[in-house]
Ligand binder design. Structure first.
Ligand code: AMP
Ligand code: MG
Length: 491
C-alpha cells in the first residue's frame, strides 16, 4: 500500500496513541483495497477544520484515500476490540467493518479519530463481509451532519466514496465507505471488553488512557475513576436530553454504540419523530420497543450501570463500597437528565427564569400533543412564530387553557416579547431531517446517482434554526399513511 509523498501531503497530522494501549485492545489491520473508488460526497468545511487541504484530496487521490487504498502519512490502521450488550445480551464484538487510520491533531490542537467505516474484514468481523452499502453511509453522513448543526455532540462525516464493488445484502447493493471523525470511538462496550477479557492492569490502562484523552482535568486526581464515572454520566444525561428535545430516536442504544466522550455515534436505524409519541420506534428489529423515544433516558442509565460494573475493580474496595459508590453515581442520572431536559424545554417555551411548575407546564403540553398526534417540531415552531391557525392542535379543547397558563408564565419574567421570541428561535429548529425527505434524497442518489436532492437537503439542514423560504418545503410533516415508517440497521 502506497504512502503519501509528504511534499504534496494533504496536511495530515496523524498520531496513533490508541496503538500505545496493550495489543489486546486492537488488531493491526489494513483496509482491504477496493476496485474503483469514487468520492460522492465530501465535507470541505470539516476537512478545513481538521487542517486538511481538501484540494489535495480531490479526484483520484481523495477517492483512494477515503477508500483506504492509499494510506495517509502517519496512518497506523487498526480495528478496535470491544464487547457490548446488544438488546440486553452480552456479546464480544469489535470493529467488524471499520478501520481506524489514526488520530488527526487539528490546528486547534484537538485529537480526532479518523475512521473508515466499510473498509473490509477485520479479525472482529465474525460472519460479516466488512463492507457497507451506499444508502446507509449517505444516511449516516446526512443525519450526523444535521445533528452537528442542531448543536448536538456527534461524530462527524468527512466523505463517502463508492467502491465500484457490489455488496450482497437481500439484494446486490452498491458498496460504499464513510470517513467518520469522532472525539474517540471508546465505548461503554470497550470497558466491558476490558473487564471481561483483560487483566485488571489492562482495564486500568484503558481507564487512564481514556481519562487523559477526554477528561485531562482529573488525570492527576486520586479518585479519578469515580470522577470519570460522574463525568460520563453527566455528559450522557446532557446528550440524551438534547436528543429528546429535538425528537431524535437513536434506535440501537446497545452499550457498544454509546461513546464515553458524550458524542452520538453509530447512526444505523435512527430517525426523527414527526408526531409526538413517546412510544415511537422506527427500527425494524426493535420488536419490543426497547429503544423507543420515551425509553432513551432509561436505557442510557442502564448502559451507564454496565459501565459502572466494568469499573468496579478500580473503585475503592471493601464491603459493598465499590457497588454502593457506583450505584450512587448512576442513580444520579435521572436528576441530571431532568435538569438538562427541563432547561432545554424552558428555552423551547421562551422561559428564562425558573419556577417549579415549569415541569408540569411542559408535560401538559406534551400530553396534549400526544393525544392530538401533533407534529413535535412544527408545534414548537408554531408557538415560536405565532402561526397557529393552520394546525388543528391549536383549536383543540385544552389548548386555550394551556396557552393562558403559558402566557401568564411568560409575564412573570422581565424579558420582552422579542427577547422571548429570540430564545425560542434559538431553541426550536425549523428543520429536522424529515424521514420522507431523507428517503427521497437517498433514493435519488442510490438509484439514479443523482445527488442534487441530497446536497440540497444537506445544505438546508446545515442551518436548521434559520427560516429560509428556499427550504420551506422541508418543514412539512409527511402526509399520514397507514404504513409506519421503518428503518434498517444497514449492515
Ligand atoms: P452495529 O449494529 O452497526 O453497531 O454493529 C454491531 C457489530 O457488528 C459491530 O461489531 C460491527 O462492526 C459489526 N458489523 C456490522 N456490519 C458488519 C459487516 N458487514 N461485516 C462485519 N461486521 C459487521
Ligand atoms: Mg456499533
Amino acid at each position: 500500500m502506497a504512502n503519501y509523498d509528504p511534499s504534496q501531503g494533504a496536511a495530515w497530522h496523524l498520531e496513533n496513541t490508541y496503538a500505545s494501549l496493550p495489543t489486546t485492545f486492537y488488531a493491526n489491520v489494513k483496509p482491504t483495497r477496493v476496485r474503483a473508488p469514487k468520492v460522492v460526497v465530501k465535507n470541505s468545511a470539516l476537512g478545513a477544520s481538521l487542517g486538511l487541504d481538501m484540494n489535495d484530496l480531490e479526484g483520484d487521490r481523495g477517492a483512494a484515500t477515503f477508500a483506504g487504498n492509499l494510506l495517509p502519512e502517519g496512518a497506523k490502521p487498526l480495528a478496535q476490540a470491544y464487547a457490548g450488550h446488544q438488546f440486553g445480551h452480552f456479546t464480544m464484538l469489535g470493529d467488524g467493518r471499520a478501520v481506524l487510520l489514526g488520530e488527526q491533531v487539528t490546528p486547534l490542537g484537538c485529537r480526532l479519530d479518523i475512521q473508515l467505516k466499510g473498509a473490509g474484514r477485520t479479525p472482529y468481523s465474525r460472519g460479516g463481509d466488512g463492507r457497507a452499502t451506499l444508502g446507509p453511509m449517505l444516511r449516516e453522513y446526512l443525519i450526523s451532519e444535521a445533528m452537528h448543526a442542531l448543536g448536538i455532540p456527534t461524530s462527524r462525516s468527512l466523505a463517502v466514496v463508492t467502491t465500484g464493488e457490489t455488496v450482497m445484502r437481500d439484494t446486490p447493493l452498491p458498496g460504499a465507505i464513510l470517513t467518520r471523525v469522532a472525539a474517540s470511538h471508546i465505548r461503554v462496550g470497550t470497558f466491558q471488553y476490558a473487564a471481561h477479557y483483560c487483566s485488571p492492569a489492562e482495564l486500568k490502562n484503558l481507564a487512564d488512557y481514556t481519562i487523559r484523552r477526554h477528561f485531562p482535568d482529573i488525570e492527576q486526581t486520586e479518585g479519578r475513576y469515580l470522577f470519570f464515572l460522574q463525568a460520563v454520566t453527566k455528559r450522557q444525561a446532557e446528550l440524551i436530553a438534547k436528543w429528546q428535545l429535538v425528537g431524535f430516536v437513536h434506535g440501537v442504544m446497545n452499550t457498544d454504540n454509546m461513546a464515553v466522550s458524550g458524542e452520538t455515534i453509530d447512526y444505523g436505524p435512527c430517525a426523527f419523530m414527526d408526531n409526538y409519541d413517546p412510544a415511537t420506534v422506527f427500527s425494524s428489529i426493535d420488536h419490543s420497543g426497547r429503544y423507543a423515544y420515551g425509553h432513551q433516558p432509561r436505557v442510557a442509565a442502564w448502559n451507564l450501570a454496565r459501565l459502572a460494573e466494568a469499573f468496579l475493580p478500580l473503585l475503592p474496595q471493601g464491603e459493598d463500597t465499590a457497588v454502593g459508590i457506583a450505584n450512587d453515581v448512576i442513580g444520579h442520572f435521572p436528576v441530571l437528565y431532568k435538569q438538562a431536559w427541563l432547561s432545554g424545554m424552558r428555552g423551547k417555551l421562551g422561559i428564562f427564569n425558573e419556577e417549579e411548575a415549569d415541569l408540569s407546564l411542559a408535560e401538559d403540553l406534551l400530553r396534549m400533543m400526544q393525544e392530538q398526534r401533533a407534529d413535535y417540531t412544527n408545534t414548537f415552531l408554531a408557538l415560536t412564530f405565532e402561526e397557529r391557525s393552520d394546525m388543528e392542535f391549536f383549536s383543540s379543547t385544552g389548548y386555550a387553557a394551556w396557552q393562558a397558563r403559558w402566557q401568564s408564565r411568560l409575564h412573570r419574567q422581565p424579558q420582552s416579547g422579542p427577547e422571548i421570541k429570540q430564545l425560542m428561535q434559538a431553541c426550536n429548529p425549523v428543520l429536522i431531517p424529515r424521514n420522507h425527505r431523507v428517503e427521497e434524497a437517498l433514493r435519488e442518489a442510490v438509484t439514479h446517482q443523482d445527488y442534487s436532492l441530497f446536497e440540497n437537503l444537506l445544505a438546508a439542514l446545515s442551518a436548521p434554526f434559520t427560516a429560509d423560504p428556499k427550504y420551506s418545503h422541508y418543514r412539512a410533516a409527511p402526509s399520514p399513511t397507514s404504513l409506519p415508517y421503518k428503518t434498517f440497521c444497514g449492515t
